[in-house]
Ligand binder design. Structure first.
Ligand code: FES
Length: 78
C-alpha cells in the first residue's frame, strides 16, 4: 500500500446533509474531500462515513489524521 498524498494542510470544513459519504483517503481525488475513484491502483480505499443529521464537519485534508475522516490536528506537525 502506498502512502497518501497530502491534499491540503488545513481541514476542509463542510456542512453535510444526512447520508453516507466516502472520504478520499489517498489524497488524489479532484473532488476533495470525497472519493472520485482516483485511488484505483494505490492500494488505498476510501473511508465510509454516515451522518444522521445536518452538521458542520472538519474533514482531514492532510490524510494522516488518526481519526479519519476527521481532522485531529496532525497537519500542524507537518
Ligand atoms: S480518490 Fe482517494 S480514496 Fe478514492
Amino acid at each position: 500500500m502506498s502512502k497518501p498524498e497530502i491534499a491540503g494542510k488545513q481541514p476542509l470544513i463542510e456542512v453535510v446533509d444526512p447520508g453516507r459519504y466516502y472520504w478520499c483517503a489517498c489524497g488524489k481525488s479532484q473532488r476533495q474531500p470525497y472519493c472520485d475513484g482516483s485511488h484505483i491502483g494505490t492500494g488505498i480505499t476510501p473511508v465510509e462515513v454516515e451522518f444522521e443529521e445536518t452538521k458542520e464537519v472538519y474533514f482531514c485534508m492532510c490524510k494522516h489524521s488518526k481519526d479519519k475522516p476527521f481532522c485531529d490536528g496532525t497537519h500542524n506537525k507537518m
